[in-house]
Ligand binder design. Structure first.
Ligand SMILES: C[S@@+](CC[C@H](N)C(=O)[O-])C[C@H]1O[C@@H](n2cnc3c(N)ncnc32)[C@H](O)[C@@H]1O
Length: 298
């Protein structure tokens, strides 16, 4: 079991957490957002949180303990903050820019803990030295992992069921002077089954499934009911050598061992890494941010 945190960030920082909220810096802007797991005391006084923050997303009161990422609530601006802004991410030769904005769900367009997976994707694809390895990103949201894989030289297929999400991902591609990411607006499970039928193969598969979701035609996604089958079908898509697989899970409360058991039901990699991501805070407490299972074959 590994406890990993994204150590390459300069433009992101967890400043503090506690009393069901977290205080974070994204580039020049500091935000207060809900955090149902932060049941402990804050390191910094409440006045300091208010003094620092540019915007505060508060949950509806009866939603306080709900262990999910998509919450009801709203943003209150405490200082000047633009509609959207950018942050950069550097790791070895990787030098990326992402667009951020305050969304209605309290998201801002990236999940900073995923930086750990971005480094893994970049290192793996770079090391293969293949001509255009194929990477499939499922539930791909605003496309940070797609842009990382593209930077490393991969041919990327990005699947998501949200039009605004795809549009945002396209903006991230353009911001990084890239082109030709293949955008697929489809239910992730349906797409995977279709790819199996078509006999297509990939060198890398990334999946970050939400606990619940809907495909464009209302297809229902429930992680606990469908993840095992999705991973089973994905097995058919992944080549044996020079390949990688990443499963991340957040906001479900399932142990990393659950993800590992699912993945090892269908794959027999020589080495598997699994565990928990967390965000490190200099003055506050470290914050757990979901689990991962991943492997690579050289
Ligand atoms: C919050 S995200 C994953 C985060 C992302 N991997 C990242 O780190 O930036 C979950 C995504 O799954 C998408 N989604 C939900 N249900 C889906 C479905 N049935 N098929 C495809 N995508 C779906 C949502 O539109 C959303 O973009």
């Amino acid at each position: 079991m590994n406890l990993l945190h994204p150590a390459s960030w300069h433009d992101y920082e967890l400043l503090d957490s506690g009393n069901f909220e977290k205080l974070e810096r994204f580039g020049k802007y500091i935000l207060i957002r809900p955090e149902p797991q932060a049941i402990w005391e804050r390191a910094l006084p409440d006045q300091e949180w208010k003094r620092l923050a540019h915007a505060h997303f508060s949950r509806e009161q009866n939603d306080k303990f709900r262990f999910t990422d998509d919450v009801k609530g709203g943003w209150k601006k405490l200082k000047e903050i633009p509609e959207s802004w950018q942050v950069t991410y550097q790791y070895n030769q990787l030098n990326l820019t992402f667009r951020l904005a305050l969304t209605g769900f309290g998201h801002v367009g990236i999940f900073p803990e995923q930086g750990e997976n971005w480094n893994f994707i970049y290192d793996t694809v770079q090391r293969w030295k293949l001509n255009k390895p194929r990477v499939l990103n499922l539930f791909a949201y605003t496309g940070a992992a797609s842009v990382v894989a593209k930077s490393a030289g991969a041919d990327v297929t990005h699947v998501d069921a949200s039009r605004p999400g795809l549009n945002w991902a396209n903006q991230n591609m353009v911001l990084n002077n890239q082109d030709n990411i293949r955008w697929v607006y489809e239910d992730a499970f349906k797409f995977v089954k279709r790819e199996v039928k078509r006999g297509n193969k990939y060198n890398g598969i990334i999946m970050d499934p939400p606990p619940y979701g809907r495909g464009p035609e209302g297809e229902k996604w429930t992680l606990q009911e469908q993840l095992n089958e999705l991973v089973k079908f994905s097995r058919e898509l992944l080549v044996d050598k020079q390949s990688f697989f990443i499963l991340s899970m957040y906001a479900v409360g399932l142990s990393a061992t659950v993800g590992r058991n699912v993945v090892l039901s269908h794959f027999t990699p020589s080495e598997t890494e699994f565990g928990e991501f967390y965000l490190h805070s200099k003055q506050g407490k470290d914050l757990p941010m979901g689990t991962f299972v991943r492997f690579r074959n050289f």
